[in-house]
Design a protein around this ligand. Sequence first.
Ligand code: NZQ
Ligand code: ZN
Length: 384
Amino acid sequence: MYNFEYKNPVKIIFGKGTIPSVANEVPKGAKILMTYGGGSIKRTGVYDQVKNALKDCELVEFSGIEPNPHYETCMKAVEVVKAENIDFLLAVGGGSVLDATKFIAAAALYEGDDPWDILAKGAQVKEALPLADVLTLPATGSEMNGNSVITKAATQEKKAFGSPLVMPQFSILDPECVFTLPDKQVANGVVDAFVHVMEQYLTFNVNAPLQDRLAEGILLTLVEEGPKVLADRKDYTAAANFMWSATMALNGLIAVGVPQDWGTHLIGHELTAFHGIDHGRTLAIVLPGMMNLKRENKKDKLLQFGERIWGISDGTTDERIDATIAKTVEFFESLGVPTTLPEYDVPASTIDRITLRFKESGMKFGEKGDIDYQGVEAILKDRL
Ligand code: NZQ
Ligand code: ZN
């Protein structure tokens, strides 16, 4: 196991009926900007719950944060923050609202010329407004990490940044929010959380059996509970298990002391940037290609994953890996998530555009830093 440091200060408030407790958590006397998306919170009643709880607080609203949140939208919110002298941000929504709010928190106090540099150039975040959230969609883990992914609509670029300064002060997770999710969002969330675990697990062995088993525990729980949530949206127990699994998948715990490979996300973000495909769906396309093309590098973990998650233990190494990829694809498809590019009407020319981006950036990634633009091309061609 590698050396590591781990600190996660996010206070999680989890369970049925917990949304009104937001009133006890926001700082006294703060002027709060409540951020949200396209209006789902008004239809589901979450908006009323938050507004009622905070009726004695000074509250300004900023709505219209889109899925795959836009830099341009975030910058409008930054203007509101400055004009209204906001000193606390409260995101109410899914990963997109949370991510946008993190970026707003950092951009509002950014002293450089262009806050886009935080995303495009990795400019350091030295200060950020404090923020918190009421999460309505289990998927990204954004509620318990310091990551944020923002899209610049003007240039079709989707970029991520991370800073401990944008970790939420608290996150309220009421699994009843799952009850109103459409099938598509549940499926996206299960796949997203599943792939988060895979990217911290499917690398090479460093003798960290606890991290492996924690990761496998999350994967098995998602495999068991995800279909239950899809089958019965009012199954509170399944919703709660799904929600907590998604949080645990990306709060840093299973990543400590082990190699990671975020290649599937890097490539997936390009598919969203060019075609607007939902984040989780891009991962369902890319992961099987990654597993196939990196079968040598990832051999031991692929075999372990196949055996412990799908019960595959017969055959040659290649046969077992083939069966493991097939089972993973079958799981995603059983959730209603297609896994090939043509099923999303993505033309082969998109592969050239994405490959060119990686070629121009010169970026190499993967747990061994050996995936370059040619690797990206091969992975995507595998999904035609
Ligand atoms: O916008 P509203 O009207 O609120 O509707 C949303 C949106 O249309 C709706 N929704 C949310 N909660 C609902 C609901 N509908 C009914 N009932 C509810 N309870 O769902 C739609 C999708 O919401 P969105 O927030 O976009 O989904 P998700 O949580 O999957 O977030 C995706 C974004 O997170 C980023 C992705 O790249 C993408 O931009 N990610 C963030 C990560 C992080 N911060 O750590 C890691 C992830 O890998 C991911 O990259
Ligand atoms: Zn993700």
